[in-house]
Design a protein around this ligand. Structure first.
Ligand SMILES: Cc1cc2nc3c(=O)[nH]c(=O)nc-3n(C[C@H](O)[C@H](O)[C@H](O)COP(=O)(O)O)c2cc1C
Length: 175
């Protein structure tokens, strides 16, 4: 275990705590794109540059639409992984002027089984990119994600839509 040396001043102690937080901070990238190494994953990688994180590709899970009930549904598994993370980055490509269906499904599925505030203490960031999205499309996505974060108790860290924004936000993330 790391210990601060006796007599270190307050700033050092804060730095120590910060370093410790970094070591233990769990980051989960939830990728809504079917392209595991596509543009969404690349942008998330730029946002999380230098940080350790796990990736959950929604395409690997059976996440049925809200209202469907099948025994092999894996929403509960996804939720557990999200609950185990401190920082959650949800990534979506723009599909039909909006977030992709996989991410939309995920958000829909919270409705009912997950209590408001259930993810309190966590931070949520949104990675949202497309071929040529218009600002209103991105804004709509950001609005939904911000409301999602608030309802479930997460701090909303904001949205990243291109490399420039990712680089700028990378330094500001808490973890
Ligand atoms: C079904 C579908 C719908 C799409 N709709 C849009 C759209 O409305 N606006 C846009 O800018 N790009 C749209 N695109 C393009 C993707 O957002 C773009 O190629 C994105 O970079 C893909 O991300 P990925 O590499 O992570 O899969 C669409 C792509 C697909 C497959």
């Amino acid at each position: 275990m790391f210990r601060p040396s006796p007599g270190r001043h307050k700033y050092s102690m804060n730095l120590f705590v910060y370093e410790l937080l970094q070591i233990h901070m769990k980051i989960l990238f939830v990728n809504g794109s079917p392209n595991k190494n596509g543009n969404t994953a690349r942008l998330a990688g730029e946002l999380l540059a230098g940080k350790q994180y796990d990736t959950l590709n929604l395409v690997d899970y059976k996440l049925y639409a809200y209202g469907q009930q099948f025994d092999d549904d894996q929403f509960a598994e996804i939720l557990e992984k999200m609950k185990a993370a401190d920082l959650i980055v949800i990534g979506s490509p723009v599909y039909w002027h909006n977030m992709c269906g996989a991410v939309r499904n995920l958000l829909d599925r919270f409705y009912g089984p997950v209590s408001p505030g259930a993810l309190s203490g966590k931070t949520l960031a949104f990675v949202f990119q497309g071929a040529a999205p218009e600002p209103w499309m991105l804004e709509k996505g950001a609005y939904t994600m911000k409301r999602f974060a608030k309802l479930y108790g997460m701090d909303y860290a904001g949205m990243v839509t291109d490399s420039r924004e990712a680089r700028s936000a990378a330094g500001k993330l808490k973890s």
